[in-house]
Design a protein around this ligand. Structure first.
Ligand SMILES: Cc1ncc(COP(=O)(O)O)c(C=O)c1O
Length: 363
């Protein structure tokens, strides 16, 4: 038994378990467990990545200056209010470290992204989950859980793993009722996939307020999950705070080079969105025909209800035997569901065919 003791709370953390990437040690036919891009990285970003190899002996630009300028141009934002990170994960972690400590509460939604409770426990704060209605965040339930210890409220919009979203008006109402000393984090990792006119990623709210931060990522529609690049847009005061905490060279050189070009490759981003626009509704409709219960999703994945945790686990094994890797989401409190990332046409047809055989044999 070691005499070393970590800070209180840390041993209560159930470590985050990433999506599986192999079937019994073999290459899968389709990895649909981590909501990665169906169409892969931009060929132009790959070229930029390869070209970066001549500079690998150099430290990267510590302030990600060119990348922030490129994000600013692309999204119409002031680059001085952007911070880049090693994936948006790093920024979410830093925001929690900066604004929460022992005794403080982080409020999140019942089926929200698991890294929020994990990060909160990491700093000795208490994660508080507000119940959802029909697998959708409920603004009133969240507001009812606000106490004088609440320091951060985190929403994931659209949410992982449910795929549901809060409308622009709902997010505004949540913000308007929160105390001004509470930081509202809007995690919009999947924003680029959403095409609903009552949705807003958070930019507008960040612009009009001083206690809202939006996080985004290059891991999803931009297909660069392996390089780990994310960014946040927030008030100057929060940008200043995170600038003091982050590692000086947090985004590596190849990642910065590839991300800049990925932003410019609009045709590639469009192809990724179009693939999702076709195969998300197709898969959802096909699974409904099979009698399964896909949740309505606006992101690049769908969580499918199998009616019981035993049947979901059996479907998981079945898909895995066919070389198709879904994600079990029992850790999110949804054991009767599997989450399936939207892949290519061929991958989606294999999933449909595999689950059709599963349903035929497991009525
Ligand atoms: C909701 C949500 N936020 C953040 C992340 C982390 O993304 P990144 O790769 O930018 O760290 C993910 C990754 O799956 C996610 O689903």
């Amino acid at each position: 038994m070691s005499a070393l003791t970590p800070r209180p709370g840390i041993m209560n953390i159930a470590p985050y378990v990433p999506g599986k990437d192999s079937v019994d040690g073999n290459e899968p036919i389709a990895k649909l467990s981590s909501n990665e891009s169906a169409v892969g990285p931009s060929p132009r970003a790959m070229e930029a990545y390869a070209a970066a190899q001549n500079e690998l002996h150099r430290y990267p630009d510590g302030g990600s200056e060119k990348l922030r300028a490129a994000i600013g141009r692309h999204y119409g934002l002031d680059p001085t209010r952007i911070v880049c990170g090693t994936g948006s994960d790093e920024l979410l972690n830093l925001l929690v470290r900066a604004y929460l400590g022992p005794g403080d509460e982080l409020l999140y939604s019942q089926f929200g992204f698991l890294m929020y409770p994990i990060n909160a426990q990491g700093v000795g704060a208490t994660p508080v989950a507000a119940p959802e209605k029909d697998y959708r965040a409920d603004v009133d339930a969240m507001l009812a859980k606000v106490t004088n210890r609440t320091r951060v409220v985190a929403i994931v919009n659209p949410n992982n793993p449910t795929g549901s979203y809060l409308t622009k008006d709902e997010v505004r109402r949540l913000h308007a009722t929160l105390p001004k000393n509470v930081l509202l984090i809007i995690d919009a990792a999947y924003a680029e996939y959403v095409s609903r006119n009552d949705y807003e990623s958070g930019i507008d709210l960040v612009d009009r307020t001083d206690n809202v931060v939006m996080t985004r990522t290059f891991s999803k529609i931009y297909g660069l999950a392996g390089l780990r690049v994310g960014w946040m847009y927030g008030p100057a005061a929060v940008v200043d705070v995170i600038g003091r905490l982050r590692q000086p060279f947090n985004v590596n050189l190849a990642a910065q080079a590839a991300a800049i070009v990925a932003l410019e490759d609009i045709a590639h981003t469009d192809s990724s969105r179009t693939n999702n626009d076709i195969w998300l509704p197709w898969l959802s409709a096909e699974l409904t025909k099979l009698g399964l219960k896909p949740l309505p999703s606006v992101a690049n994945f769908v969580s499918v209800g199998f009616g019981s945790k035993e049947r979901a686990a059996a479907a998981n094994d079945w898909l895995m035997k066919d070389g198709l890797i879904p994600r079990m989401i029992a850790a999110y409190g949804m054991p009767e569901f599997l989450r399936i990332t939207i892949g290519t046409e061929a991958e989606m047809k294999l999933v449909q065919a595999s689950l059709a055989r599963f349903v035929a044999q497991n009525k």
